[in-house]
Design a protein around this ligand. Structure first.
Ligand SMILES: C[S@@+](CC[C@H](N)C(=O)[O-])C[C@H]1O[C@@H](n2cnc3c(N)ncnc32)[C@H](O)[C@@H]1O
Length: 243
C-alpha cells in the first residue's frame, strides 16, 4: 500500500518558518544562542505526520493479523484521523465496521486532574456535517456516528468486540470513561492507541493534556497491559496491546 495519502491534510508550506521567525532566529544565532523558534503547528491540524505514521502501522497490524472486532474512535472531531483509519481499512477490504463518538459540542469541563491545561470547556466544537463532508471529500464511506457525551453513548453504543480503538478525548474524565467501557471489549491482540499521552520519564514531548496519562495509568494499574510511548514529532502518543 502506498502511504503518501497520510500527508494529505497537511499544508507543508506552513512548516516553513515565517520571515519574522527567521529574523528572530538570526538574532539568536548572532547572540551565540542555540535556541530556535519553530513554525507554529497549523491551527486546526489535530495530528502530525509522525502520529499518522504510527496510526498507519498500528491499524495495518490489526488488519493483517485479523484481530477480531470492529474499529472505534472516541473523539473524532472533524474526522482527520478517522478518514485515515477508513482509508487503511478500505485498502485491506475489511468487513469490520467503524464507529466514531463525539459530543460535537467540544470538550467537557476540565477537572483538577487535568492540571493547568490551556484547553477548556466547549473548545473544538464542530458540526457533525463537517465530519461527513470530510469523508465525502476524501472519497470514503462515512463511519457510524454516535453523537453525544461519552457518559451517555459508550454504555449503550459500543460494538461487542473491538479490534482497534483510538482514544482522543483529551481530558482525564473523557479518557477514564473511554477505558472503562472500551477495555473490557478489546479482543486479544487489539490495539488501543492513546493520543496526547506524554511520559517525560521516557521522552520529553508535548504535555498540555496531563489528565490523559493520569487516567490511563490509574485505570491500567491493576491490569497486565503496559503503555508504550511512541515518538510523535511535536505531539505525544502511546498505545497498548490487549493481552
Ligand atoms: C482532539 S479532538 C479529536 C481529534 C480527532 N481524533 C483527530 O485527530 O482528527 C477531541 C474531541 O473529543 C471530543 N470529546 C472530548 N471529551 C468528550 C466527551 N466526554 N464526550 C464526547 N466527546 C468528547 C471533543 O468534542 C473533540 O471533538
Amino acid at each position: 500500500m502506498h502511504n503518501i495519502f497520510i500527508t494529505e491534510y497537511f499544508d507543508w508550506r506552513k512548516l516553513q518558518p515565517s520571515r519574522k521567525i527567521q529574523v528572530i532566529n538570526k538574532v539568536f544565532e548572532k547572540m551565540g544562542l542555540w535556541v530556535r523558534l519553530s513554525p507554529p503547528i497549523e491551527t486546526g491540524v489535530m495530528t502530525c505526520v509522525e502520529q499518522r505514521m504510527n496510526m498507519y502501522h498500528l491499524v495495518t497490524q490489526v488488519l493483517v493479523y485479523d484481530v477480531s472486532g470492529d474499529f472505534v474512535e472516541l473523539g473524532c472531531n472533524t474526522g482527520q484521523s478517522a478518514v485515515l483509519f477508513r482509508k487503511i481499512m478500505d485498502y485491506h477490504n475489511t468487513g469490520k465496521t467503524f464507529h466514531v463518538y463525539d459530543s460535537f459540542e467540544g470538550l467537557p469541563e476540565a477537572k483538577p486532574e487535568d492540571g493547568d491545561t490551556p484547553y477548556s470547556e466547549g473548545q473544538m466544537a464542530v458540526a457533525e456535517a463537517t465530519l461527513l463532508e470530510n469523508f465525502k471529500r476524501m472519497n470514503v464511506a462515512p463511519p457510524i456516528i454516535h453523537k453525544g457525551w461519552f457518559d451517555d453513548t459508550l454504555p449503550v453504543d459500543l460494538p461487542e468486540k473491538i479490534a482497534f480503538a483510538h482514544l482522543d478525548g483529551d481530558f482525564y474524565d473523557s479518557i477514564k470513561v473511554s477505558l472503562e467501557h472500551v477495555y473490557p471489549r478489546l479482543s486479544k491482540g487489539a490495539v488501543c492507541l492513546i493520543d496526547d499521552y506524554s511520559d517525560p520519564d521516557v521522552h520529553e514531548s508535548w504535555d498540555e493534556l496531563p489528565g490523559v496519562k493520569k487516567a490511563c495509568d490509574e485505570y491500567l494499574a491493576d491490569k497486565p497491559e503496559q503503555v508504550s510511548v511512541l515518538y510523535a514529532g511535536g505531539f505525544s502518543h502511546a498505545y497498548f496491546h490487549k493481552m
